[in-house]
Design a protein around this ligand. Structure first.
Ligand SMILES: [Zn+2]
Length: 472
């Protein structure tokens, strides 16, 4: 049996409609983790949909209750072949964001898969049911092509609370560190760089949100009689923000800037062009950190954004000096940024610039992660994708967005390879979420090739996986 057969078997599941049937059944589970009454359906997805399938493929499955009260359960599945083989951890989430049923285009519903041209509409098709379904179908193809073996050990972790911030995931992973140990994480979520470019990303930027607020007095006062006499909180807050980020998006606070972009990251990013796809806004060439390419700005640097700003009553402006102003800011950051110290850094900056009356509240944060692009696993995966597709895949040292990847990279301490099967225009988290049929088929082939190569350890293997490290 050969690599080609694994790949053909995976693609055949697409061509025959089997994959669509499986996905349709999964999308029909209304697993909206943001809705409190979804508990039973979240469990049902793990219990009724995934467990029987995995058990049939020789996985030992168990549902693990969430250590956080009221949050959805986890599924942990193991398939062990031999201690001498590499061990892979994979991850997916069974929950989806709210359906927003009424807002979908006519003829579409979030809870069934509707095909229109290349687009496969349905809630969770892109995030994340479609993506983990591709990986499961590819596993099945490899099991078939290798006569019931994978050639590696596999651990699967599914959560049901990703869309509400992954409650309990860190705690679970630290508690089960030994049980979930693996040589590498291979999972799928998020978008490719663009639809037709197979992509591997190795982590994500982090984010931290914070609020600046200034209340100077009780109510508003006539702007003619009091203008020039009373400090305007809107003006003060706008000036404070302008002291932190300039009109071209350059971050002016040293502590919020990242270290220089490492050479290996710069090299990986040099191949990549961002923007320019149909339906995307035009990139502002003169915005962001000077001296960096647009690609470096979004994948290799930090940005400080104003998400919302309010003073007075924008819906009904009146001729008054408002008493209050509030702004919600966000820092997106790469590895090496001292984000955990953000409160101290921003406070010191505000105080030093005469803005000590502004209140600062840090609301939430998520760390950044990144694997060195020169890592053996990364290079191995790039070769595998190249062999399957005949083209150079895109390598992103990290996504521009944010994933809970630190649980794998830091808590479990393994290199993390993400192979996304979605694309930037997929309307993830919005009405009309969809996958692209051709990307599904491509994803099935890519993952079958990757899983095949993981288990190809004989002398003739074209791309054997790096040697297991967990045995050391
Ligand atoms: Zn999501």
């Amino acid at each position: 049996m050969t690599r080609d057969i694994a790949i053909q078997t995976a693609a055949a599941q697409y061509d025959s409609g089997r994959f669509l049937n499986d996905l349709r059944r999964r999308v029909a589970f209304r697993t909206e983790s943001q809705e409190p009454e979804s508990g039973g359906r979240l469990r049902g997805y793990l219990d009724e949909e995934l467990t029987p399938l995995l058990a049939q493929w020789g996985f030992t499955c168990r549902i693990v209750e969430n250590p956080v009260n009221g949050a959805g359960p986890f599924l942990i599945a193991h398939r062990h072949e031999d201690d001498a083989l590499p061990t892979v951890l994979s991850y997916g989430h069974g929950d989806v964001v709210r359906g927003y049923d009424a807002q979908w285009r006519a003829g579409l519903t979030p809870w069934d898969v509707t095909i229109d041209g290349e687009r496969w509409y349905g809630r969770g098709t892109a995030d994340n049911k479609g993506q983990h379904s591709i990986n499961l179908a590819a596993l099945k193809a490899v099991l078939h092509a290798r006569d019931g073996r994978l050639g590696f050990n596999l651990k699967l972790l599914f959560e049901t609370g990703e869309e509400v911030g992954s409650p309990g995931l860190h705690e679970l992973c630290s508690r089960l560190r030994d049980e979930l140990a693996a040589d590498v994480l291979i999972a799928s979520d998020g978008p490719r760089l663009c639809a037709d470019r197979p992509t591997i990303f190795l982590g994500s930027r982090g984010l931290v949100n914070f609020k600046l607020e200034l209340t100077l007095r009780e109510g508003g006062h006539h702007s003619g009689n009091w203008g020039g006499l009373l400090r305007n909180p809107g003006v003060v807050l706008a000036s404070a923000i302008a002291s932190m980020v300039d009109a071209h998006g350059k971050i002016l606070v040293d502590g919020l800037r990242p270290p220089p972009i490492p050479e290996s990251v710069r090299r990986a990013l040099a191949e990549i062009r961002v923007g320019g796809n149909p339906g995307e806004p035009e990139v502002d060439r003169d915005y962001g950190e000077p001296g960096l390419t647009p690609t470096e700005r979004v994948f290799g640097w930090n940005n400080l954004e104003v998400l919302a700003f309010r003073t007075g009553n924008p819906e009904k402006p009146v001729n008054a000096i408002p008493p209050h102003a509030i702004a919600y800011l966000q820092l997106r950051f790469v590895v090496g940024t001292n984000w955990q110290d953000l409160e101290r850094i921003v406070r010191a900056h505000l105080d030093a610039h005469g803005f000590d009356m502004i209140e600062l509240e840090v609301e939430r944060g998520a760390p950044a992660t990144r694997v060195n692009p020169d890592n053996d696993w990364v290079q191995w995966a790039l070769r595998s994708l190249r062999e399957t597709t005949g083209a150079d895949p895109v390598l992103l040292p990290n996504l521009g967005g944010t994933l809970p990847n630190d649980v794998f990279a830091e808590v479990l301490g393994m290199p993390t390879l993400w192979v996304p099967h979605s694309y930037p225009g997929c309307s993830q988290h919005a009405p009309n979420e969809h996958l692209l049929g051709p990307v599904v088929r491509d994803g099935l082939r890519i993952m079958a090739g990757l899983f095949w190569d993981l288990g190809a350890r004989d002398a003739g293997a074209s791309n054997p996986a790096p040697h297991p490290t967990t045995l050391a």
